[in-house]
Design a protein around this ligand. Structure first.
Ligand code: BG6
Length: 487
């Protein structure tokens, strides 16, 4: 059931950090601009930095002014009085007590932890000791929840000792992206695809998350995680779940999450042989991205490292719907372009009635769901090439596009930040787009299996030049299966 609980305040921990500045505070401002923040809703902020409220508010104004969307003074007039700031060390009971005055009069706060996950447990204990964690409180946790099943368990147990599972919202910001939600609409609001969505018609699925950015200053975090734990365990497995899950009975949180967990449980465990044949790890070396010479990971890190900045692998889902349909996943930093894409490759027609020439034109249908940088859903279909040709009918592949670009064109139009949708869902108590504890655990169980298989096979990252599509092995991996990466 979606509860009727509604937040009347957010208390943002780590409010001066990068995520708060780039995503969370702007998202709250835009929610206010669009009229979604309830009257009297407070934006309470805390961090260790010794700032006064005035200094903090000035920083928020500045960061909003610096954004391309600009600042609307009328919205700012509404937003600014919502802001409060208290400097505190929330890992101690005394520090948590300093937050109490801000929460006076607040009935149903949502605590947003934009903190290092190693602090989650301690902050929860401190909040409970200070009497700030009651049954009207909700808590929002950022990834990564641990770096394997054991450490994610530690965090979940520590947080779970203070907050019941239904009061915990684990964020995966990919679930807030417009096209990801559109994937749910595409699958379950059309009769067209669902009967074809199985191993009888689909040949394979590809999920690519390519980034041009390097790791840069984030290496102290990244060097512990690598692409497998930073991207695959969460964002990519979530996308895979949404593609592969059975139709849920409705959009209620547990209906959707039950289906996703079933997919994760059906993922075939990786073996040492899979590590060798069905996966590849890479690490970028110096190269050119977007016309600019960039450093290799080792130079950013300051010394050699065994961590992967690129991973490609083949996953198999052992259930009736997907038996025999490989899912190829690929993600990396410092690739030639930013692209997040899901490609559903249909099987070729079983028999061609066309002449020799047209037979060569035949291309199997493909449904391409672009999430970034542009949002688009394209279905390629074969049709007759226009005009007369000497050798008989010619065919051509044409895309049928549901381009979402135009939605964000024109004055005043802007592309929402993924966090806006998710913050609004927390405010309204709807956890459908949040990750349940058993989902996190199942995802880790599978990822731990991959890491274990890599260890057994002694699979180390292969170098790839920044600006390339990863090590050559990434192409060999998919070609061995008789397929190719979609362009
Ligand atoms: C984060 C990862 O979760 O997602 C980053 O930690 C990554 O390494 C980012 O760059 C990608 O998010 P987006 O929304 O830019 O695709």
């Amino acid at each position: 059931m979606i509860e009727t609980w509604q937040a009347d305040a957010i208390l943002l921990f780590g409010a001066t950090g990068d995520l708060s500045r780039r995503m969370l505070l702007p998202s709250l401002y835009f929610l206010d601009a669009d009229g979604f923040l309830p009257d009297g809703f407070k934006v309470l902020c805390t961090a260790r930095a010794h700032l006064t409220r005035e200094e903090f508010v000035a920083q928020v104004r500045e960061l909003l002014l610096a954004r391309s969307e600009g600042l609307d003074e009328a919205v700012w007039k509404r937003f600014e009085p919502r802001l409060e700031f208290t400097a505190a060390d929330a890992t101690t009971e005394a520090g948590a007590r300093e937050l109490a005055p801000m929460l006076e009069g607040v009935q149903a706060p949502m605590f947003y932890f934009s903190l290092s996950p190693s602090l989650y447990g301690r902050v929860c204990v401190a909040l409970a000791a200070a009497g700030l964690a009651h049954d009207q409180t909700r808590i929002v946790l950022e990834k990564p929840i641990g770096r394997d099943l054991a450490t994610s368990d530690e965090i979940n147990v520590a947080v779970g000792a203070v907050f019941a599972e239904k009061r915990i919202f684990r964020i995966d910001h990919y679930l807030g992206k417009e096209t990801v939600q559109n994937l749910i609409a595409l699958r379950f609001a059309n009769t067209l695809f669902e009967p074809l969505w199985n191993n009888l018609t689909i040949d394979h699925v590809q999920i690519t998350v390519a980034e041009t950015e390097g790791v840069g200053e984030r290496w102290p975090y990244y060097d512990e995680y690598g692409a497998l734990r930073d991207m695959l365990q969460n964002h990519m497995l979530q996308l895979l779940c949404l593609v592969a899950m059975e139709p849920p009975a409705d959009m209620e949180p547990n209906s959707v999450r039950n289906e996703k967990v079933k997919v994760l449980r059906s993922l075939r465990r990786f073996t040492r042989l899979d590590a060798q044949n069905n996966s590849i790890r890479g690490q970028y070396t110096p190269g050119v991205v977007g016309g600019k010479q960039v450093k290799g990971y080792e130079a950013e890190r300051g010394q050699a490292s065994g961590i992967d900045t690129f991973v490609a692998l083949r996953a198999d889902i052992d259930n009736w719907r997907w038996a025999g349909v490989p899912f190829f996943l690929r993600t990396g930093k410092r690739l030639p372009e930013r692209r997040t894409q899901i490609a559903i490759q249909f099987k070729p027609v079983p028999h061609s009635i066309f002449g020799a020439q047209a037979r060569d034109d035949l291309v199997a249908n493909r449904l391409v769901i672009d999430l970034q940088p542009d949002e688009d859903i394209k279905l390629t279909l074969m049709n007759k090439a226009p005009g007369v040709s000497a050798g008989g009918m010619r065919l051509q592949s044409m895309p049928l596009s549901l381009s979402l670009l135009s939605t964000y064109e024109g004055p005043g139009a802007r592309r929402p930040i993924a966090y806006e949708r998710l913050l609004l869902d927390v405010i309204r108590g709807n956890s459908t787009l949040f990750v349940r504890r058993d989902e996190v655990e199942e995802a880790w169980r599978w990822i731990d299996g991959v890491a274990e298989a890599w260890r057994e096979a002694n699979l180390t990252p292969k170098p790839y030049a920044a600006g390339s599509w990863g090590p050559a092995g990434a192409f060999a991996l998919i070609e061995r299966a008789g397929r190719a990466w979609s362009d």
